[in-house]
Design a protein around this ligand. Sequence first.
Ligand SMILES: Cc1cc2nc3c(=O)[nH]c(=O)nc-3n(C[C@H](O)[C@H](O)[C@H](O)COP(=O)(O)OP(=O)(O)OC[C@H]3O[C@@H](n4cnc5c(N)ncnc54)[C@H](O)[C@@H]3O)c2cc1C
Length: 436
Amino acid sequence: MRTTNASHRNWSGSVRWTPAEVLLPTSEDEVLAALHRARRTGRTVRVVGGGHSFSALVATDGMLLSLDSYQGLVRADTGTGLVTLRGGTRLWEIADLLAPHDLALAVMGDIDRQSIAGAIQTGTHGTGARFTGFAGMVRALRLALPDGSVVDTSPVQDPDLFEAARLGLGTLGVILEVTLACVPAYRLDLVESTQDLESTVGAFLADSSIADHHEFFWFPRTDRATVRTSRRVPQDTPRRRAPRPVEFLQSEVLGNGAWDLMCRGAAVAPRLSRPAAELASRLFAGPRVVDDSASVFTAPRRVRFQETEWAIPAARFAEAFTALRARFEDEGVEVTFPLEVRRVAADDVWMSTAYGRDTVYIAAHRHHREEAGPYLLMVQRTVESFGARPHWGKQHWLGASELSALYPRFEDFRAVRALADPDGVLMTPYLHHLLG
Ligand SMILES: Cc1cc2nc3c(=O)[nH]c(=O)nc-3n(C[C@H](O)[C@H](O)[C@H](O)COP(=O)(O)OP(=O)(O)OC[C@H]3O[C@@H](n4cnc5c(N)ncnc54)[C@H](O)[C@@H]3O)c2cc1C
């Protein structure tokens, strides 16, 4: 087990911290030894995955545990689709691990840099009205509890612990293994287009109910939306990609390089923001692609940003979006990053942002060189009155009193958490603020 005590930051640079020590266990026994050592030294423990959360979930001055040396496939069953992965496995590795078994993840978000345990612990999701987020795909968990015991949990084995730990913000135990319901491998046929905003918003619930995966981006105060719609097609459908120079231009130059330059320019001279957003809203749509699901769902995100994201009951989406639009006009908002709007099926994961309701997510971003707080807070204040729940891994300013009103199983979660970690070994001031 390697140890270091370097200082850390999350992907966006919004949270920085220096743990007393960082441990990289390579086996289950070494995870248990790390927990034993924390008990002996009286240190609190946080587990880090890919460090891609925008909120301060991982920050600690105690022991930081990274499962980067505890990755890989434990087993896969092509017949049932059940796949067990070690907690530290990164999402980008999963497609290759599952390919020999003709399986794939049912859906993915925008990037693949996260660990599987980190993705489920914050309710990471993609888009698709028939699909849940990652936590909804979990069928069993193997956990190391702070007292040093190892438990296997599932809907029939310690079900309360399972329900709480499926999305537990890393406060129930260290996730050693995750068993996911996967699906036969498939390709996606992706079409992107630039559309009129009014009609895109008006048709969003209907369009996203029909399409397999449907979402749109909107640069604030422009009149158009970039719409992305993907159809699931058989794995043997011929690949189709734009010629390499066109892909390079779209993804690396327009999608990352030139866009970053434009955002940096606007950070120094804010009056450039509106023309930049206008231009980007016309160029954002890329060429049609047919390829393996993982490579179509995800793309590199090299332009760093801060983000807030809100889960809104689908029936209230149009009202919430209209309120945001009006607010941006009133405030004369000038930003170079789009809102992203996605749809996800209801699930039954206690702390899931989609618990018990068909959900539309609205995410707002701001370039990392700009001051993000006031804009992201404005978004929060505008959508709060629509019953919106904040993404656990993104920035927001809610605490336990507001969150408990948004989650019917909040108290159940707290009770199970207290049994699993009676001494608060996995807690920090930020987590006390969230969970009470
Ligand atoms: C560029 C970018 C794009 C993104 N796109 C999306 C998107 O499309 N959809 C979406 O929903 N979110 C998205 N996110 C948010 C991201 O998916 C979540 O914040 C996710 O939790 C990050 O995973 P991670 O492995 O980096 O976890 P970390 O941020 O390292 O940790 C997250 C939580 O998981 C816990 N944890 C990690 N490993 C373990 C373990 N083994 N046992 C117990 N607890 C553990 C941590 O303690 C912490 O509470 C994006 C973030 C970025 C930076």
